[in-house]
Structures are given as structure tokens and as C-alpha cells.
Ligand binder design. Structure first.
Ligand code: SF4
Length: 484
């Protein structure tokens, strides 16, 4: 229930966001978050309180039932009031929907919760795959609309940056709506199909394997080609004359690599295409693609020149393998010093299996990124900059749906949160368009008073009991504000 409404005839006007819907009895507003229930404006989803149970190593504290608050702060070390379902206050100068006191280990704490409306937010997507998804800065589309771009790849993963104010508000109406839907679906853990200009189509779902051009990715690379040589050189010593680890970024060659030199592996006369970086490390052996090691090749011999007859000899053996072990082939040089593929010996099959074993499962990671350093702070304190300082001074802990967030250094309260750490369906939207996401600020009650908090709005946990739903604490680690 909220008091942010006014009635016109039998309609209620919701003023929880700038859209200001008039809502008929029995109907919901444009965002489906608020509804007119017998003339009363109600938040449709339950307000979520997380509870740690004995199975999480915590103490079970019964949710206080019945009776009016006696003025004492409720002792609730195993419960945490999230902002999910709490509602939004608009405009921001009004106190946040719930400012809830609790006592933890003898210390009076307060948690300020609100469902923030974020018009500048976005998601950073990490896709564990070697496969080429598209050129850096290429536009990423959903339903044909531009929703973001490809950014720098990182350590065996391809990265996308989606959303942000330019796509939410700076393009066409449809672009804004599709961007909002895409961000909300990804943040709520749903699968979303994205197409990349000049690149691949990929289905992304937080915590699940990516599907690239219809193929489910299984593993992320063990390392670059050079790192793979470094890791496994000793296991190849004495079993093979040459190993090439094919990689779009850094292809490794055992006999030339420092690892091979230290192990006294003799030269083989191999000749690589591409650009030699340092010994045994080659860049740009092929174009990027969805073939061997994130290159566009299906025949690895395409990256070799002719063997040097002064060094090479007939019968010389060579393993070519990709950075995931997904592709591998074994060769012997014939009398003309040409590699001929033959049956791979068991010992080498085991080394390929070892590479595969060391590759972690490929997953998609979705980090929601938003800023709480703006007007939202006014719902917490009448002097907003003090909240920012309190966060920077580590006096105030920021969480999103109870999940820990990373707050960026520098100005503002710009944070990122792993959406898989949050309870299901924690995100909503308003059609401005903007995402609605839970945010909580937890601090000592004395610090809250010192930063100019809305002390008159502080209420005990027990006052929430009628409208709240208790869910089990979804993850290990301390509850915010309890030493974590
Ligand atoms: S979009 Fe939702 S929050 Fe905004 S006014 Fe309408 S019902 Fe209220």
C-alpha cells in the first residue's frame, strides 16, 4: 500500500513515477507494478524480506507477530529488508518507501530501501567464448533495434555493453522500449537473442551457456595459445616434437616458446604465418571467426608455411590443438616434409583431454550497472552529498535486492551487481522508459541521523509484516550490515 495517489472519479492517479497513470478499479498501471485494488493504490508484487535459516548457519528469529510496535528496535539479525516490491517515491524529496530499524549485535542499524528508477542504467555482459562475435564497437541489436555495442574482449570472454541513456532515451521510441525490455529480461535472468552487426547471433542468459549461431558453447578457453604452451609444455616433453596451440589472439609454438627452450626441446624448422611477437608467440595467424581457437580456419595447416629443410626431418611429429581442446589433430612429416594427419597416440589424446578438463564451463554473466549518486539520495537524506560521502567512507553499505554491489571509485555512487545473486524477478520498468531496480542502504542509526536522514520515517521491521513475503537468504556470506 502506498499513499502516493489521488483519486479522480473512480480512477486513482499513481504518482510513483513521472508517467502519473490514472488507474481504473481492478486495473494495473502502465508498468504493471501498481494497481487500483478497491479504490486503493497497491504495489502488485510482495515486498521481499530475506531470512537466513539454520541451514545457512544463522539463527532463526521468528518474524515478530501481532501487537503494535512498543517503540523498541526489533532484533532481526537473520532478516534483511530488501527494496524488491517496496515501491518508489516520486519526486525524490519524499522519504524512501521503507526506512527500517533493526538491532544487530547490540548496534542499532537502519536500512533505507527504495525501488530506484534508472534512466541511465545498462548491463555489462561477459560471454565466455573463444568464438568471434563481432568487431569491437559493432552495434548489438535486439529485435533489430540498437541496444548497445561490442566492447573489448577480456581473457577468453567477449564483452558487450548494453543500454545506457543514449539507447534508452536518445533514439527512437521503439529503440528505447526494446532497450528497456532487453535490459529487464537480461537482469531478470531470461534468455535474450542478440545480433551483432558484421558478426554472430548469440542467445544470452545470465548463469547459462551462451548459444552462438545456434551452437551451445561448452567451455571457455584454458588460456591464450602461449599460456597453454606454458601450462602443458612439461607434459608434452618426450611425447611429441612440436605443438602448435591455435589461437586468434596469441598462437603458441612449443619449440620456439620460452617453455620449450627451458625444457631443451629442439628446433623443428616450423614456419608460422602471422606476426611474430616474442619467441613462440604469434599474432594474427588468421582472421577471427568461429573455427579453431576463435579463428576462421577449419584446417589448421592453413596457418603454417613450409618446414625449413635444414632443420625439419621426415617422421617429425606435431600436435595442433585449439585453446579449448575442442579441435585437435596429430601429424607426421612425410619425405617431402609435408604434415600428414595420422591417428593420435593415446598419450597425446590424454593431453588434449587435460586441456579440456582445465577449461571452465562457458557461462554468460550479466552485471547490472546503475547510479545512485543522483536524486535518489534525497529519499535517504535531506543533504544528499552526505550519503555519497558515507558510502565512500564505508559507513554505509549499498546492496541491490540484498546482493553485494561493487561501487566504483570516483564521483557518484555508480555500482554494478551480479543479477544471479539477486532474488528472481527483482527488476521492473516504467514506460518513460527506465528500469526499476531495488537498492538498499544499510548503516548505523547514529550515522543515519548524522547524515541528515529522515529520522521521522524510521520504522521497525515488525511494521512490515502484513505486506511482506519472507524468502530464504539466497547465498552464502553475511547479511548486509552484519559484518559483511
Ligand atoms: S508507470 Fe507504474 S509507477 Fe509510473 S505512474 Fe504508472 S503505475 Fe505508477
Amino acid at each position: 500500500m502506498t499513499d502516493t495517489s489521488s483519486a479522480v472519479a473512480d480512477k486513482i492517479r499513481c504518482d510513483a513515477c513521472p508517467v502519473m497513470c490514472y488507474i481504473k478499479p481492478g486495473a494495473a498501471g502502465a508498468c504493471d507494478r501498481y494497481a487500483n485494488h478497491h479504490g486503493e493504490l497497491v504495489r502488485v508484487d510482495p515486498h521481499i524480506i530475506l531470512e537466513r535459516t539454520v541451514s545457512h548457519g544463522g539463527r532463526l528469529v521468528p518474524f515478530q507477530a501481532g501487537g503494535d510496535w512498543d517503540g523498541k528496535i526489533v532484533h532481526g539479525p537473520s532478516t534483511f529488508v530488501t527494496a524488491i516490491g517496496a515501491g518508489t517515491t516520486y519526486p525524490d524529496y519524499k522519504p524512501a518507501p521503507f526506512i527500517v530499524s533493526s538491532e544487530v549485535d547490540g548496534v542499532d542499524m537502519v536500512t533505507v530501501v527504495t525501488e530506484g528508477i534508472f534512466s541511465y542504467c545498462g548491463v555489462k555482459v561477459k560471454i565466455d567464448t573463444d568464438r568471434y562475435l563481432g568487431p569491437e564497437t559493432a552495434t548489438v541489436r535486439a529485435e533489430g533495434e540498437a541496444v548497445g555495442h561490442v566492447t573489448t574482449s577480456e581473457y577468453g570472454s567477449q564483452m558487450l555493453s548494453l543500454g545506457g541513456v543514449h539507447h534508452l532515451t536518445g533514439g527512437s521510441k521503439k529503440e528505447g522500449r526494446v532497450t528497456c525490455d532487453t535490459l529487464m529480461d537480461l537482469s531478470n535472468g531470461k534468455p535474450v537473442e542478440l545480433t551483432i552487426d558484421g558478426g554472430a547471433t548469440v542467445v544470452v542468459q545470465a548463469g547459462h551457456a551462451p548459444v552462438v549461431n545456434g551452437l551451445t558453447e561448452e567451455r571457455m578457453r584454458v588460456g591464450c595459445g602461449s599460456a597453454t604452451i606454458g601450462m602443458f609444455a612439461k607434459q608434452w616433453q618426450g611425447k611429441i616434437d612440436e605443438v602448435v596451440v591455435v589461437d586468434d589472439h596469441i598462437t603458441g609454438v612449443l619449440s620456439e616458446h620460452q617453455a620449450g627452450k627451458l625444457l631443451d626441446i629442439p628446433d623443428t624448422g616450423i614456419k608460422m604465418k602471422g606476426r611474430r611477437s616474442t619467441p613462440g608467440r604469434y599474432f594474427q595467424v588468421a582472421e577471427p571467426g568461429t573455427g579453431w581457437g576463435g579463428t576462421n580456419i577449419s584446417d589448421p595447416l592453413a596457418i603454417l608455411g613450409p618446414f625449413d629443410p635444414k632443420t625439419a626431418r621426415p617422421g617429425l611429429t606435431m600436435l595442433m590443438v585449439s585453446t579449448t581442446g575442442e579441435h585437435a589433430a596429430y601429424y607426421q612429416l612425410d619425405d617431402g616434409l609435408r604434415p600428414v594427419e595420422t591417428e593420435m597416440p593415446d598419450a597425446l589424446k590424454q593431453s588434449v583431454a587435460r586441456i579440456q578438463e582445465n577449461c571452465e564451463p562457458a557461462l554468460c554473466t550479466v552485471l547490472f550497472m546503475a547510479g545512485a549518486g543522483g536524486s535518489l539520495r534525497a529519499g535517504v537524506t535531506e543533504n544528499p552529498v552526505r550519503l555519497t560521502r558515507s558510502v565512500k567512507d564505508a559507513l554505509t553499505r549499498v546492496t541491490s535486492g540484498g546482493a553485494p554491489v561493487y561501487v566504483w571509485p570516483g564521483g557518484g555512487i555508480t555500482y554494478m551487481v551480479d543479477v544471479t545473486q539477486m532474488p528472481a524477478n527483482a527488476f521492473g520498468y516504467v514506460p518513460t522508459p527506465a528500469l526499476v531496480a531495488p537498492i538498499e542502504f544499510t548503516m548505523r542509526l547514529s550515522d543515519y541521523a548524522a547524515l541528515g536522514g529522515h529520522m521521522e520515517s524510521v520504522r521497525p521491521l515488525s511494521s512490515l509484516k502484513d505486506n511482506a513475503e519472507l524468502l530464504p537468504w539466497p547465498r552464502p556470506g553475511p547479511i548486509p550490515g552484519q559484518g559483511g
